[in-house]
Design a protein around this ligand. Sequence first.
Ligand code: DHE
Length: 544
Amino acid sequence: TNAPEAKYQSAGSPLANVEMYQDINPKAPPMSKAEFDKARQIYFERCAGCHGVLRKGATGKPLTTDKTLAAGTDYLKVFIKYGSPAGMPNWGTSGELTDDEVDLMARYIQQTPPQPPEFGMKDMKSTWKVIVPPEQRPTKKMNNYNIANIFSTTLRDTGEVALIDGDTKKIINVVKTGYAVHISRLSASGRYLFVIGRDAKINMIDLWMEKPDNVAEIRVGLEARSVDTSKYKGYEDKLAIAGSYWPPQYVIMKGDTLEPLKIMATRGMTVGEQEYHPEPRVASIVASHFKPEFVVNVKETGKTLMVDYTDLNVIATKEIPVAKFLHDGGFDSSKRYFMVAANQSNKIGAIDVKDGKLAGLIDVGKIPHPGRGANFIHPKYGPVWATGHLGDESIALIGTDPVKHKQYAWKMVESIKGPGGGALFIKSHPKSTHLYSDTPLNPDPKLSQSVAVFDINNLAAGYKTLPIGEWAGLKDDGAKRVVQPEYNKAGDEVWFSVWSAKNKESAIVVVDDKTLQLKTVIKDPRLITPTGHFNVYNTQHDIY
Ligand code: DHE
């Protein structure tokens, strides 16, 4: 099998390049140092995403030595070569690993897992750079850009973001960042843009500069995915927070310089069986608008942490057990509820950030993947939040209004049929009557290169297909994926990345939301491997 989820998780970890030491296990089949190092690299490039750094298991099964030694080399080789119906990719028969490499990996996973180094305050401080100190920054906006309508687009494989003027569709600047920036987030004022690379490097970009560029940077770990800033009244632009995959921790920083202030570990007990987990990765993070708190979602323990940032010497953290494994999510339209995907439980947790409790735990389809999800007013159920799924073609609508539509709140009120599994992102806008869903990980190129769009007032009519990949009119005919709908500030255009290989032409396709016709194609030799893109205003105000 080639389950989209397994392929999605095996995107390569920067830990592949980190030195780690071999701990000889006399019970395991022997390996030379060269073999061990090669296997370790393959493990972090292909396997760690699902099975974990220390092989405690996440999406994939645990591969601790008690299990692998009992299974033995021959048994493990079959699994690695042919895969399993439970979602393990067929690394051998797909041609991605040779028979020798399959044998190597079967022996490697019987060795004690090597542990990557920790990354504490000293390491962070040694990578921290204030490029332009706050007192040397502009005191007012020094450019003529309509910064609320700038898009920050990840150029994944070049380690950059492109800042694109949403009005003129011209590239303002291509800014050097960490590798494979995962998300862009805005400070409360909308002035500063924060991005975080897969290699845990954060860049802070000042949009007031004549030509917006980096003003500070830091590395907060060895691998990471999430960053955000304080949004509560009185704390605007004051603090930033980033979570890492390795080491399992989050750090609170000064909002104007990225100076690291406080590091908190996430190692601890899992939800449910309450067993110790040594590497609970930090997944999505958002800032509460109701309290001076960050909402930190921890993957393997399945817990949401409400981190009070008023006094960094005495941090009060409320822990809400939700379900496994927490991943991505977004606010409902009132911003009171954070809807977080528990992707291995096929559930969405509705976290009430005002009262600090779990308002609901909703069964949805197979492996929900909302991105930040989509909010709209359903003609019958009132305000709903929607998510697509990696594991099936359904789109789940959840009622989010416990006051005026109490009977529908925290229930899956409807499950509509989309084009297929392998969906990653879904989007709507308060000014739009449409709901868009991509399917970049669907094995059928027709689906991975197009998007589905629904009329939210007539969902029963089904969806229209927009051939975004075709509209891009790329000169190369290589594999490409259409990823992430994102509205402009006005809510009348939707942008999509057409993500090709590094050596092939890519593009951004802009659709007119009223007519559902092609509006513009943005092409530029600098637009290499565009993936996520974030409109400043919509990201700043959690509009999706
Ligand atoms: Fe993502 C969001 C983790 C693969 C593009 N991704 C997130 C978030 C997490 C995450 C924890 C939520 C951050 C937040 O809101 O604070 N992503 C992971 C992975 O662990 C995973 C499965 C595998 C990996 O090794 O990275 C993974 N993600 C991908 C991709 O393959 C994508 C399509 C392209 C890429 O660059 O790697 C991708 N992820 C994105 C995007 C978002 C995201 C564009 C932000 C969505 C949003 O609307 O906020």
